[in-house]
Every structure is written in C-alpha cells, then in structure tokens.
Design a protein around this ligand. Structure first.
Ligand code: AHR
Length: 519
C-alpha cells in the first residue's frame, strides 16, 4: 500500500524517462539496477512505434516497464479512509494483499483508477449525466483473478457504475487519430448501454454524431444484423455502436467473444477510417473484424468530432445500465500500426490472465457456485431461486429445466458490505444479487449504493436448528434468510409480521449449502 504522495507523478515521470533510456539501450535494468518484472509493456510498445500512450489504466499491472506508481485508490466503508494500491515491483503486478489488509472486515470501492502516463488522466467516479444518475465505484474485491502468477483484482461493473476524466490531456479531439485497447471479459456483459472505454464528450451528454470514439463490449446490437449471440466489440461513435461504416455487421463470421478474458481493440484515424479487432487475451493473436471507412451514410462521423474526455463503464451521456469487467486499457495519440497492436496482444497473453485458484463448488468460499436447499421437513427438495425477480423456493430435481437450475444457482461473493460475510450473485443474471427490501428477498442489479450493499450482505453462522447454515442479515442482524409460504424473507424469531412467526422459525432459517444445480 502506498499512501498517496504529491510526488507520485514526479516519480512516475522520472521513472518513465529512465525506462525509455533503458529500453533504448536495449536493456531492461531499472534505476535500482534490479531487473524489471517484464518488458516492454503495452505503452512501451506503442511508444516505440510512434503512437505513445496518452492514458493507461489498469487495476492489475503496470503498463510501462518502468512504472512504479499507484494503480488505483480504494475507499473503505468503515471510516471512509482512502489508500492507494501500488505494485509489487516496478513494471509488475498489483499489490492486492495490501488492499486486502486495508479493507479487512469492511468493504472497499475503487474511487480512482490512476493514469500511468505522466498526463494525469486519472479516472474518477462519474457524476450524473443527461442519461443516468451519478455512479458508484466498483467493489474493490469482487473480481479476483491471477496475472503474472499473482492474485490481483479486476474491476467488476454492475449498472450505475462508471468512471470519467473530463478533457483529458493529449487525448484526440476534432478528427485527430487515436487507438485504444482494453482487456475485458466475455463472461460478464449485458445488452444495456454502454460498457465503454475511450473518448467521450466534455459534458456528460450526447453532443452529436462523431463526438465519441470508444470501445464498446456487450450484446447491445444497435444496428441489425449482429451475427451470433455476442458479446461483440464495437465502436461507440455516439448515437450508435458500429461494426462497420453502415453500423450493422458485415462480418458473419464474427459471432462474439465468450472467452473469460478478451482483448478489444479500436483505432480511428479521425477522418475516414476505423478498425475493430478482438482476441482471446489468454492465447493467440488478434482478428480484424472491420477495417474500412468511417460512416458516411449518417452525418458527423467522417471526419470525427472527438472531445477528448475518457470514460470507463458507461456511455458518453452516462447511459449506465451496462455491466462488464475491466482489467487494463490504454489510449494512444496517433493511429497505432497493426504490428504494434499485435505486439501488445502478445504482451497481454504473456501476462497469463486466469481464474484464481479453483474454489470447490458447493462451499461458502468466495467464487464458489452453490445452491441453497431448505431443511424444514416439509420442504427438503426446495431450493432458493429467483422467479420474476422475486426470491422464492421451488422443488428442483435433476430433470428440472435448465432455466430453473440456473435460477437456483448462486455465485458466492465476499460480502458487499463486509468482506467477512457473503453476498449471493445470480448465476444467470451476473451483476444481480440476492437482497432484501422491506424484509422480502429479491434478485436485483447491484446499484453500488451503501443500502444495496448492506441489504445484499449475509453473515453465515451455524444453522439455528442445529443443522446446516443460517444467514444473518448484515444490517438487521437479528433477522435471518427464511422461507415462509415458499417466499424468501429476512425474519426474526417472533414479531409482528406473519413471516416472523416462531413456529418452525429455526428450521426455516437453516439451509443446506449444496452443490450447484448449474455448475
Ligand atoms: O452511441 C451509443 C450511446 O448513445 C452513447 O454511448 C450515448 O452517449 C448515447 O446514448
């Protein structure tokens, strides 16, 4: 953990200069004489190719071989204190253990994702825009992954989460050329507008065609047809997610990217040309999905009118219904060469992004998938599932439809309000969690608010009936997840509500943590 210092950017600039010297001399030895973790890294590659990074953001690793500053800032809920998360070594990987220690027994959100260039294009939590209310920061520990053999955290976006930097330094404006990539995930997406990373308006508003140039990733097919089921890499050029100059996909072989780690690439010369590429961030190279003219059948895109702000996680006007994952991304000045983009992809692959150590299914360890079976004598074939957004119990057997099995499967997450408790994310509606509202349980999209976090956090303890596990509500600790008339509540043992009745309470609040119906 590095406490933020005003010298951070000065140190960064010095280190960057030293790195360029070192790379020019054909060596990878840092200031201290110690070998750097890896190199050249993406921004070294783009820089050597004449298209330097003007923004470089990551929660997982350095994007310059000499970078040794902070990656991001977290704020913890217990006392609102903040701390910066840095690197294990220059040019290396995030010091996630420092975050874990700072956030122990509480929860943290990411408040700033620092720009690793010397331009200070840091990403801050995005305020309200014309199309959406103010955003929340992403939970800091919701997306553990491995990179370079280390456990680090990606940024997991639910709806109403996003970051922005207004009027970035050096970012393309008014038809200037630029390139960008991000590493995202093909397992966490939706069809809402717009999980974007890239160039957006100075105002948080739609100011017209061509005022954006950002990578979009998800299943929002703005112009039909899109082929396959997605998710797709597209160009959000404002008022449209483009897969070609006519908007719609002209590439029937591009059916989407379902890999757990996806490299998404966009470049745009600002005048007449743009290209979209994708790749599996764990292996292989990039595939060009479109390379050709900017849209001309609609006005405003050729030339472009970029405004030079930077967004992550929402549309240009803060349309913020989308979900997604972010591990790293950069923006360049100038149109990157195909060779530079291929080298960047090779470097991304060399990171070895992967899932954290496997977690046994059917346990309460974060990352495990489970189903929760009632233990009351009436109901031992019933499991907690969502149905029409309500949380209920249903009888489930091996011959139940796949949909029902998915509805009854939950991913155990560290508690959104306290990381020593747990939260339950829907298996088939990623980003949606089990939460209570007016004491009833529902499946709802995580909105980042403190209330949602608390309502969606449950603290396991020995089953109150003497069997299984009971789950105390984090913010109503005398209330436990209970089934009553096959509907889920947080219930106290006796009280004014019918569902608080003491009759059968102990059994109704005791659950068998079981193997997942939909592993
Ligand atoms: O271009 C798609 C979206 O349209 C933009 O992200 C947003 O600003 C507008 O609503």
């Amino acid at each position: 953990m590095i406490v933020r210092s005003p010298l951070r950017h000065l140190r960064k600039a010095l280190l960057f200069g030293a790195a360029i010297l070192a790379l020019t001399a054909g060596t990878l030895v840092g200031l201290s004489g110690r070998s750097l973790a890896a190199g050249p890294l993406p921004c070294d590659i783009y820089g050597s190719a004449g298209t330097p990074c003007v923004a470089a953001h990551s929660t997982t690793r350095a994007l310059f071989a000499a970078y040794n500053g902070s990656l991001y800032q977290v704020r913890r809920a217990s006392d609102n204190e903040t701390a910066n998360v840095g690197l294990l070594a220059a040019g290396g990987y995030a010091n996630a253990a420092a975050q874990d220690s700072f956030c122990a027994n509480t929860s943290c959100v990411i408040t700033i994702i620092y720009d690793q260039t010397s331009r200070h294009n840091d990403l801050f939590i995005e305020p309200a825009g014309t199309a959406g209310p103010a955003n929340a920061g992403v939970p800091a520990d919701a997306l553990p992954v491995t990179a370079g053999g280390h456990t680090v955290y990606g940024a997991s976006f639910s709806g109403r989460m996003g970051y922005r930097h207004t009027a970035g330094s050096g970012v393309a404006v008014n038809g200037q050329p630029e390139g960008m990539y991000m590493v995202t995930s093909g397992t966490h997406f939706n069809n809402r507008c717009c999980f974007d990373y890239g160039n957006v308006e100075v105002q948080i508003a739609d100011t017209g065609n061509g005022h954006m140039d950002a990578i979009y990733f998800g299943t929002l097919c703005w112009f039909s047809p899109c082929f396959g089921s997605g998710p797709w890499v597209m160009a959000d050029l404002e008022n449209g997610l483009f897969q070609s100059n006519d908007g719609f996909s002209k590439n029937s072989s591009y059916t989407g990217d379902s890999a757990p780690f996806v490299t998404a690439v966009l470049k745009n010369n600002g005048q007449s040309f743009f290209a979209i590429k994708d790749g599996n961030a764990q292996s292989g190279g990039l595939t060009t999905r479109y390379s050709g003219a900017l849209p001309t059948s609609r006005p405003g895109y050729s030339p472009m009118h970029q405004e030079g702000s930077i967004v992550l996680g929402t549309g240009g006007d803060n349309s913020n219904g989308s979900i997604g994952s972010f591990f790293e991304g950069v923006m360049t000045a100038g149109l990157p060469t195909d060779a530079a983009e291929s080298s960047v992809q090779a470097n991304v692959v060399s990171v070895g992004y992967g899932a954290p150590s496997p977690v046994a299914a059917g346990t309460l360890n974060p990352g495990s998938t489970i189903s929760l079976r009632a233990t009351t004598a009436c109901c031992t074939t019933r499991y907690i599932r969502h149905q029409n957004n309500n949380a209920v119990t249903s009888v489930i057997t091996s011959s139940s439809p796949a949909l029902v099995k998915n509805d009854a499967t939950w991913i155990v997450r560290r508690g959104l309000a306290n990381n020593s408790c747990v939260s339950f994310e829907s298996r088939n509606f990623p980003g949606d969690f089990l939460r209570h509202s007016n004491f009833q349980l529902f499946r709802q999209p995580m909105d980042g608010s403190a209330l949602f976090r608390a309502d969606a956090t449950f603290c396991p303890q020995a089953g109150r009936s003497g069997t299984g596990t009971s789950f105390a509500s984090f913010n109503f600790p005398t209330r436990f997840i209970r089934h009553f008339n096959n509907t889920l509540y947080i219930a106290s043992n006796g009280g004014s509500n019918a569902f608080d009745t003491s009759t059968s309470w102990a059994a109704d609040v005791s659950w068998a943590v079981s193997s997942p119906w939909a592993p």
